[in-house]
Design a protein around this ligand. Structure first.
Ligand code: NAP
Length: 277
């Protein structure tokens, strides 16, 4: 009798988790690359994370992704973490191998890969990052490693200071109130706050001082076109939208688990966009 292919089992863990688009994305690729198994969203509360992760080998998981609020705590729960997760200070991807948990972080990769996919040529210089949360930390790592200077503006200044200190002060801090004024010398503006997201107020910022050659990168993907992106387009700036970051950050995880580097195609983007309408 022919042997049945081994079922692969992967998931995203978070709290809350029902909004996650990761199952839609990974199951699309699993079908495309003939990988038998499934990827599901599992609600895991903060206090249950350790036990849940310890049980992954026994439950025969190939790997899991982590989202809010687990990324930082997971650093201490891995058998091994790589340099990227250590540099960012958070784990978003775990691979289970020989009973051990290996943690990495693919958010910086996703941010930079999406930027390169959407902008075929760009002048590196200073990028201004708005917000100092988990996404900002990964994005700062990605930008610094890609050769950018970063200036960081956050309404809670000490969070920006913590990130700057973590990256050995290769980051300039700009007062939140000064963000619009400080834009004259930057070549890219990046919004990492939730402002502009469905159900939130729009990002309150004037692009008046932004030089015409500068680009605007929005990491929010719901809606696909925020008011910031619409305003930037109207003023003639190159724009980078956020859905691609979500798709590209999943690429290395899928490859680590299933041995195939999946493609980000227009058909996949269209399929993911349909879930956002
Ligand atoms: P987070 O850790 O909660 O950080 C949010 C940051 O935004 C904090 O610095 C916060 O400041 C700031 N902020 C919140 N409300 C603000 C307001 N009204 N005015 C000024 N600043 C405000 O969140 P995160 O994980 O970094 O995620 C941020 C956003 O990025 C979310 O919308 C998330 O969906 C999106 N995201 C997208 C991708 C993607 O793949 N495209 C990946 C990751 C995240 P305080 O600290 O002062 O509250």
């Amino acid at each position: 009798m022919a042997q049945q292919p081994e079922l692969k089992h992967a998931a995203v863990l978070g709290w809350p988790i029902s909004h996650s688009l990761s199952p839609r994305l990974h199951n699309y690729w699993m079908k495309q690359y003939n990988i038998t198994g499934n990827y599901e969203a599992i609600a895991v509360a903060e206090q249950d994370l350790q036990l849940f992760l310890q049980a992954l080998p026994k439950k025969k998981f190939t790997g899991v992704n982590l989202t809010i609020p687990h990324k930082e705590k997971a650093l201490l729960l891995m058998d091994e973490i790589d340099g990227v997760a250590r540099r960012i200070g958070a784990v978003n991807t775990i691979t289970v191998k020989n009973g051990k948990l290996y943690g990495t972080n693919t958010d910086a990769y996703g941010f930079i890969a999406n930027m390169k996919a959407q902008m075929h040529s760009h002048t590196k210089g200073t990028a201004m990052v708005l917000g100092a949360g988990g996404a900002a930390r990964a994005i700062c790592a990605g930008l610094l490693d890609d050769g950018w200077h970063v200036c960081l503006a956050a309404r809670t200044r000490n969070k920006a200071e913590t990130i700057a200190a973590h990256f050995k002060d290769n980051i300039t801090i700009v007062d939140w109130q000064e963000r619009a004024q400080a834009m004259a010398d930057i070549s890219m503006l990046v919004n990492t706050t939730p402002l502009g997201m469905k159900g939130q107020s729009p990002l309150d910022i004037s692009l008046e001082k932004l030089s015409p050659g500068a680009s605007v990168y929005e990491i929010i993907y719901n809606p696909l076109e925020t008011l910031l992106i619409a305003e930037a387009r109207k003023r003639g700036h190159a724009v980078i939208t956020g859905l691609g970051m979500l798709l590209y950050q999943a690429q290395p995880a899928f490859e680590a688990w299933f041995g195939v580097k999946p493609e980000v195609t227009p058909a996949l983007e269209q399929y993911m966009q349909e879930a956002l309408i």
